[in-house]
Design a binder for this molecule. Structure first.
Ligand code: G6P
Length: 610
């Protein structure tokens, strides 16, 4: 989704801003722009629809420069995709603004500002920020006070950076609902919506908190909280790799990230799983005291993270003997729900910034949950800061919009949570052993599964001309079928539905014909015989099936069924292992179709508006 980069320095910052935007491209966007203040009181802007490359080419053709600047990648919410709606937005060629989020009362603000004589050059909500701030500076306020007084008038979400042509020595930033991070340099400072953007110039960051407004000069950062009181915020050293943005020889980030899974799952287990038990306290100081009393788990997430929560429900109820509900964050946050006694709220998020998940956590905290835990991949993100306990997945930066390695590390984390809660709820010794042995073998099993690549690449040829597909699974493989369907639709644009195969007779059988490939996930578990009956139901109606199966499940390829044998593994880790062939299938179908694999149309990596 939208990305922000800003800089205030003595040198020309145009390349820093453009490189920052390139590093945010993975988030998904449709246009890009930059505005710069030079030392001679000039405010210059360049905006382009399309990729950052188009913006940098335009700047090469018609150079602009400056030591103070702001830049943006826009993912359209209000107003179509065109140059006039791209950020930065100006007011009276004096105030320049970039903004992530949505100003919900923009229509009322727009009417008031028009009545005061302002003309709008765009259809965006963002332009109201520029004119509101202009209206305040016109009253004689400095930029900081003007922004502090302006944000009081905004409803909705914003991460915004504002420059004033009359005062090139500072930028003012404000955060409410959309993340912003300040990057600290020596004699220069930076701002971004995501630390990834700034890794080439600094590793020292301050994460702004809700309601913060900050004044940033070349040599100082002064932060005020929502009451206007000066506050100190902690400085973090980023552990993210500077080169996390490289494809490392792979054709796409997504393929690189699929192949990183054995390593990042190993990293996520390291130091947390001992030979025969979990290491104590891996969910944070004091976590054992909390987890021992937990009798119910409420999981909240969106997208792929929601599917990892769906899988965890099977594990928590089957192995840890605690009841568990899972809900999509955007639903949970807008309905009244009943809080069970001794309930733990668990949020899952790759980014830690998904607007609905964050709002759901805040709501839950008011509603009497015993404690909150987030399973998250980004240190210092909003969910991590606002949860009582945080478990960091160590997937590293995930660039491909379609989530892969974040998902499998989330599942790895959930198996450890199952052990941690099951310990106090009569978990069977045999189940504990199967989970622990399974987790120890997991990185190797994932490596073995990746050797299926060539066969899956060939299989993908048969999907490329299809319009629809059906994914089937049972038990803890049902959410894996859902995730497989999500991957296929996200990057290949083929309509894909997932069903728990026991539901076939209740509708989807009507869809079966030779134009509707059916993908079946079939490990060798207690539901295998039931699943085989479902397979026969599809076969009897002329369906063409692609079955990912354990060798011992004894499926054989024939004219209506292609079987791909997946390495045998312990039952609890099977959902993680079976995820990989489905990721590979989607990837190769998308490559054959020639879609934009890493940045699929209309989608964003980090959904920071609801
Ligand atoms: C977007 C991304 C998905 C992701 C979802 C939830 O839709 O494209 O890949 O699963 O957001 O994001 P989160 O960061 O909370 O896991």
């Amino acid at each position: 989704m939208c990305g922000i980069v800003g800089a205030i320095a003595e040198r020309n910052v145009v390349e820093i801003l453009l490189e920052g935007l390139r590093r945010l491209e993975y988030r998904g966007y449709d246009s890009a722009g930059v505005a710069l203040l030079d030392g001679e009181g000039n405010l210059k802007r360049e905006r382009q629809v399309g990729k950052v490359k188009a913006l940098s080419d335009a700047i090469i053709a018609k150079p602009i420069k400056g030591a103070t600047g702001i830049a943006h990648t826009r993912w359209a919410t209000h107003g179509g995709v065109n140059e006039k709606n791209a950020h930065p937005h100006f007011s009276n060629e004096r105030i320049a603004v970039v903004h992530n989020g949505i100003i919900e009362n923009y229509e009322a603000l727009r009417r008031d500002l028009q009545a005061k004589g302002y003309t709008f050059g765009s259809d965006t909500d963002t332009e109201t920020i520029a004119h509101t701030v202009h209206e305040e500076v016109k009253k004689g306020k400095d930029l900081l006070l003007a922004v502090q007084d302006s944000v009081k008038q905004f409803h909705g979400a914003y991460g915004t950076v504002i420059m004033d042509k009359e005062d090139a020595n500072r930028v003012v930033v404000a955060r409410s609902g959309s993340p912003l991070v300040i990057g600290l340099g020596i004699g220069e400072n930076f701002i971004a919506s995501d630390q990834m953007a700034l890794l080439p110039v600094t590793r020292r960051f301050i994460f702004l908190e809700e309601g913060d407004v900050a004044e940033i000069t070349r040599t100082s950062v002064t932060i005020y909280d929502h009451n206007g009181d000066k506050v100190e915020r902690e400085v973090f050293d980023s552990e993210l790799e500077h080169d996390a943005g490289d494809k490392g020889g792979y054709r796409h980030y997504m393929l690189k990230e699929i192949h990183e899974q054995p390593t990042v799952v190993r990293n996520t287990l390291q130091g947390r799983l001992g030979e025969t038990d979990l290491v104590e306290g891996i969910f944070g100081a004091g976590s054992e005291d909390i987890l021992k009393d937990i009798k119910h788990v409420q999981i909240i997430a969106c997208g792929t993270s929601y599917h990892s929560g769906m899988t965890a429900r099977y594990w928590l109820e089957q192995y840890a003997n605690v009841s568990c509900n899972v809900e999509i964050a955007s639903e949970f946050r807008y309905r009244k729900s009943v809080v069970h006694p001794n309930s733990l709220i668990v949020t899952i998020s790759q980014s830690g910034e998904t607007a609905d998940t964050l709002a759901a956590l805040r709501l839950a905290k008011q509603n009497g949950y015993k404690s909150s835990l987030t399973i998250c991949n980004v240190p210092g993100s909003s969910l991590v800061r606002e949860s009582d306990m945080a478990f960091m997945t160590l997937a590293g930066a995930e660039i491909g919009v379609a989530s892969t390695k974040a998902f499998t590390t989330q599942l790895t984390a959930f198996l450890m949570l199952t052990l941690a809660i099951g310990k106090y709820n009569g978990m069977l010794a045999a189940d504990k052993k199967a989970i622990i042995d399974g987790l120890h073998s997991l990185p190797t099993k994932l490596e073995e599964t990746l050797t299926l690549t060539n066969g899956i690449e060939q299989l993908a040829e048969e999907f490329a001309d299809k319009q629809h597909s059906l994914f089937l699974g049972r038990g803890d493989q049902y959410p894996i079928a859902m995730e497989g369907a999500l991957k296929l639709k996200e990057i290949s644009y083929i309509h894909a539905e997932a069903y728990a195969s026991g539901e076939l007779k209740h509708g989807p059988l009507a869809l079966i014909d030779e134009e509707m490939p059916v993908i079946v996930v079939a490990p060798n578990n207690e539901l295998l015989e039931k699943l085989k009956s479902n397979v026969e139901e599809v076969r009897a109606r002329g369906g063409i099936m692609y079955v990912f199966a354990d060798k011992e499940a004894q499926f054989a390829s024939d004219e209506t069924m292609r079987v791909i044998n997946v390495p045998h593994c312990e039952a609890p880790i099977a959902p993680i292992v079976y995820t990989l062939p489905l990721q590979l299938l989607s990837y190769y179908v998308a490559v054959i179709k020639g879609t934009d694999v890493d940045q699929p149309r209309n989608l964003a990596k980090s959904v920071t508006v609801e």
